[in-house]
Design a protein around this ligand. Sequence first.
Ligand code: SF4
Ligand code: SF4
Ligand code: SF4
Length: 191
Amino acid sequence: MSGKNKYQNRRDFVKSVGKLAVALPIGYLAWELVPKTTAGEFVWQIDPYSCTQCGQCETNCVQTVSAVKCMHAYEMCGYCDLCSGYLRMGVKELNTGAELQLCPTSAITRSFVENPYFEYTIDENLCNGCGKCVKGCADFGNGSLYLQIIHELCVNCNQCSIAQSCPADAIQRIPATKPYILKEGYKTDES
Ligand code: SF4
Ligand code: SF4
Ligand code: SF4
């Protein structure tokens, strides 16, 4: 065994196949491509360290499909075969069967990396922000799945209706020049 720990080795798998390049959600990339709002402006964002995955981010947004989506901090992820964010509780088979998946919209893809590691990728277009996978990962994993408001989809309401009802007071205004609260390992070249 080399001097690297298991997480470093897993990062190497991912980097070696260029997966981090495709891991950035579409909304985040779109935000990076459009001109930044002027200094002094603010947007709503979820503090992923305060969110308790209550489910209201799916139902309380004024958008028909919530502007809240799941993100994945790939460098935190354990690439577990038994992923508690992907699989329902108590499953005996660890495969991609739809009946075994926790996500109600099949937004998470499970891909084999190297025995016994699997990678989990979120399709932002299918995610409804329900937070079920986030709760599964928080309860039994390491919290590498988390929710964020995607600013390409959010209309930046004067009073965010999710923030008004959030039981954890996890949604606050933050500077528009740095509109995401990203977990460790979720970085772009500019960050
Ligand atoms: S309403 Fe608050 S606690 Fe509930 S999922 Fe959204 S951010 Fe998390
Ligand atoms: S379980 Fe919910 S939050 Fe997670 S990817 Fe599926 S739709 Fe999105
Ligand atoms: S500010 Fe409005 S559009 Fe944005 S997340 Fe909150 S309720 Fe949804």
